[in-house]
Design a protein around this ligand. Structure first.
Ligand code: F3S
Length: 289
């Protein structure tokens, strides 16, 4: 008998699931729906949405007459203003955890106080957060960038004298956050730090780690280029010799599941539930044959 267990935190996080649900709901609105940017970087998902009539737009103007869904990363405030000016209807799929960051920086910087974001300047989430700030915005992605910032912004006696709020892009590593925070707090008198790292990633990793220690074989499902799936694979491989990285149910035929009574499954952040369902069905067929 084959016993299959799925990691408690696996696949899409809460915010992405929510944005996908909102999109599927919006597609029935008059004029149909489009998403501003790819809802998630997964070809399967983009194709499935397209087959349901939901295409991707890169310019707000292309959404005229339709409902434009904002993805979980969020957008700058100017996007909402522009949509309103153009009379374009939007559905806000911004993850509530990201929305909270928008509110924090919006409130703190009302008087023009500066904001520092730990993250990647070109990431859509960071662009969105920056777009809710009223004063200067500094983005740092390493201690080196912070050092460069210091040489430009610290006073002669090595201090930053303005109030400063520090927030994090939700997906950065805790170690990066901690090192930036520590260094910054040494010379900033009025630092307000909010660790806004989302727990979805670490919860996915912890539950994969736990499950992989309890099974004979572990299937890690995700796209070959997904870095968070690769990380899950590494974590599971340490606990379970028979850990396999697969993209879809078709890959199961390359795996010898003989003597695997207990199978564990986990999936990367961009893997939709229907891929897991396919795999479960395929495993059922294998165990019945
Ligand atoms: Fe997902 Fe929202 Fe966290 S989109 S990774 S639950 S911040």
């Amino acid at each position: 008998a084959m016993n299959i267990r799925i990691a408690s935190a696996s696949g899409f996080c809460f915010g992405v699931k929510r944005a996908l649900d909102l999109t599927l709901e919006a597609k029935n609105a008059p004029g149909g729906a489009v998403t501003y940017g790819e809802l998630i970087h997964n070809r399967d998902v983009v194709r499935k949405l397209e087959s349901e009539g939901v295409s991707v737009i890169d310019s707000l103007k292309d959404g005229a007459g339709k409902t434009v869904v904002i993805r979980s990363h969020g957008v700058p405030k100017s996007f909402h203003d522009e949509a309103e000016a153009l009379g374009i209807k939007t559905v806000d799929g911004t993850c509530p955890f990201v929305k909270k960051i928008h509110r924090l920086v919006d409130g703190f910087s009302r008087d023009g106080s500066p904001v520092m974001i730990v993250g990647t300047a070109t990431h859509p989430e960071v662009i969105g957060i920056a777009g809710w700030c009223h004063g200067p915005v500094y983005v740092v992605d390493s201690l080196e960038t912070l050092e460069a910032w210091e040489t430009q912004h610290l006073s002669a006696d090595g201090h930053f004298n303005q109030p400063l709020i520090l927030v994090a892009q939700t997906t950065i590593r805790l170690a990066l956050w901690t090192s930036i925070y520590k260094r910054l707090s040494e010379h900033t008198a009025h630092l307000v730090a909010h660790n806004t790292i989302c727990k979805a990633t670490s919860e996915r990793q912890t539950s994969a780690e736990t499950l992989s220690a309890e099974v004979d074989c572990m299937l890690v499902v995700g796209g070959p280029h997904s870095s968070n799936t690769k990380k899950l694979y590494e974590i599971c491989k340490k606990n379970c010799e028979k850990t396999y990285f697969i993209e879809s149910a078709a890959d199961l035929q390359m795996i010898n599941l003989l003597n695997c009574d207990n199978i564990g499954i986990t999936a990367g952040a961009s893997t939709p539930d229907w891929v897991i369902d396919d795999i479960l069905n395929q495993l059922k067929k294998i165990s019945n044959s």
